[in-house]
Design a protein around this ligand. Structure first.
Ligand SMILES: *[C@@H]1O[C@H](CO)[C@@H](O)[C@H](O)[C@H]1NC(C)=O
Length: 215
């Protein structure tokens, strides 16, 4: 115990140092992600569009831009549910590492909840449908439509409604976000097959990326 306490200042210093340089580990650019999203929306979005084809086109574009080793394929078996902050949707992991994740998240039915408070920046680019977002003190919501990007800075929180699909990039300390992503299972859904799939695919992503030197 005393041993651990003696090392606390050192650990704190190590965290501060790593935290100050965390952006050096990032490979994704939120501006580029928005641009690629807008390209796919122009081809397959809007009325008369096809969201299935939109997502396929976007993931192809992402793999072309960042390389197959950093962006997973869209495979139907790798979708799972996410219950967090009272909201529910389906998601698929395109990339997960210690400092970044890139996912497609959404629901065609609509959901509402708390964003969570994270040690990470969050960039939420709407692909189809709409997100409404509000912070305490704001009386009217901000409405995000396809092609728009909602940046939630590290440490901030909001309430949202999402009906549609989005490309979500998080940059920061990803493992610190996982409890928020998991806890609704234990207090509400008890969908343990789903939490196992979430854990397995997240772990596979993070370890796979570590093995090719991506932190
Ligand atoms: C969208 O495209 C997919 C794949 O070609 C097709 O299976 C689906 O029926 C289409 N959906 C609509 C709403 O047209």
């Amino acid at each position: 115990m005393r041993f651990i306490i003696a090392f606390l200042p050192l650990m704190f210093f190590a965290f501060r140092t790593l935290d100050a340089m965390i952006s050096k580990f990032y490979i994704f650019d939120p501006v580029k992600l928005q641009e690629l999203s807008q390209n796919s929306i122009a081809k397959y979005g809007g009325p008369g569009g096809n969201t299935t084809l939109l997502l396929e086109d976007l993931v192809e574009g992402l793999r072309g831009e960042y390389g197959d080793k950093y962006v997973n394929k869209l495979s139907k078996e790798e979708w799972f549910f996410n219950n967090a902050g009272g909201a529910m949707g389906a998601m698929i992991i395109l990339h997960a590492s210690i400092t970044e994740y890139l996912i497609i998240f959404g629901t065609p039915l609509g959901t509402e909840g708390h964003s969570g408070v994270h040690l990470a920046h969050d960039y939420f680019t709407i692909l189809s449908g709409e997100q409404q977002f509000v912070k305490p003190g704001e009386i009217e919501p901000t409405v995000y439509s396809p092609g728009m990007q909602n940046h939630l800075p590290r440490g901030d929180a909001g309430q949202y409604i999402l009906k549609g699909w989005a490309l979500e990039l998080a940059q920061g300390w990803i493992p610190s976000m996982l409890p928020f992503g998991f806890l609704d299972t234990f207090t509400s859904t008890l969908d343990f097959a789903n939490i196992w799939k979430t854990t397995y695919l997240t772990g596979k992503g993070i370890i796979g990326q570590l093995m090719i030197g991506k932190i």
